[in-house]
Design a protein around this ligand. Structure first.
Ligand SMILES: C[S@@+](CC[C@H](N)C(=O)[O-])C[C@H]1O[C@@H](n2cnc3c(N)ncnc32)[C@H](O)[C@@H]1O
Length: 225
């Protein structure tokens, strides 16, 4: 899978993609991430990429010209262009899996200021995706979240290819079960006895109870009757 990120802050991505499993996947050639500076596609001598909004209001808007040229410079026949926007569909595990399976080339547009000229969305964008109901100052963090969560579904990226399908939101019980590792006792707290006896059915039933407890506490909206 190839990913192109269009941004005003290319250096923002130096850290996130040079370490972790994503960094390892990129260095192994399992995927590519290419970052382009939208400002390189400005045509005036000041390299301006933004202007005041028509109709008034605070802040600036990314102009269509430089952004469309940036998109077209990376576009291929098989590109799927995503604008990262708080007004998009909320990213979830199903979208991540579909993106990893259905698209060989993804272009991510990171907005800034008050966002991008709407005509870019109409002309060039296949999907608008949000990472949650809150607003950040630019699309960079959203691009990092999307790249990391989509690449987990690319074969070879995780140590075990099944892992992505056994994690929360991809298993019947919605959440993954609580995990414990050595030491057996930590600050006076023992690992649950059931995990030590190797009885798979009892471990499964214990896991279901724990998941339900966590759902009730943190995400009651996800409990199906
Ligand atoms: C300050 S925001 C623009 C907010 C816009 N005026 C609004 O109220 O919907 C600047 C940029 O950050 C990115 N952004 C902010 N929050 C986001 C979110 N929750 N998900 C995805 N991208 C986001 C988008 O690329 C957006 O163009």
């Amino acid at each position: 899978m190839d990913i192109d990120i269009l941004t005003l802050f290319p250096s923002f991505f130096e850290g996130p993609f040079s370490t972790t499993m994503v960094g390892r996947a990129l260095s192994k050639g399992l995927a590519t991430v290419n970052v382009s500076d939208i400002r390189d596609y400005a045509e005036d001598k000041h390299k301006s990429v933004d202007d005041a909004p028509y109709g008034g209001g605070p802040g600036m808007v990314l102009k269509p010209g430089p952004l469309v040229r940036a998109i077209q410079s990376v576009r291929r026949d098989d590109s799927y262009v995503i604008y990262l926007s708080p007004q998009g569909k909320t990213l979830n595990s199903t979208i991540c899996e579909e993106l990893s399976q259905n698209h060989k080339h993804i272009v991510l547009i990171c907005g800034h200021y008050e966002g991008i000229d709407e005509r870019v969305v109409d002309l060039e964008v296949d999907a608008e995706i949000s990472i949650g109901d809150y607003v950040m100052t630019h699309g960079g963090p959203a691009a990092v979240v999307l790249v990391d969560s989509v690449l987990r579904f690319v074969p070879g990226v995780l140590g075990h290819d099944n892992s992505a399908y056994e994690d929360s939101f991809h298993i019947d019980s919605i959440f993954d079960t609580p995990k414990y590792t050595r030491p057996k006792t930590y600050q006076g707290m023992d690992v649950p006895e059931v995990l030590l006896n190797g009885h798979h059915e009892k471990i499964r039933m214990w896991g279901e109870e724990q998941v339900l407890k966590k759902l009730k506490k943190n995400r009651p909206d996800l409990i199906r009757e």
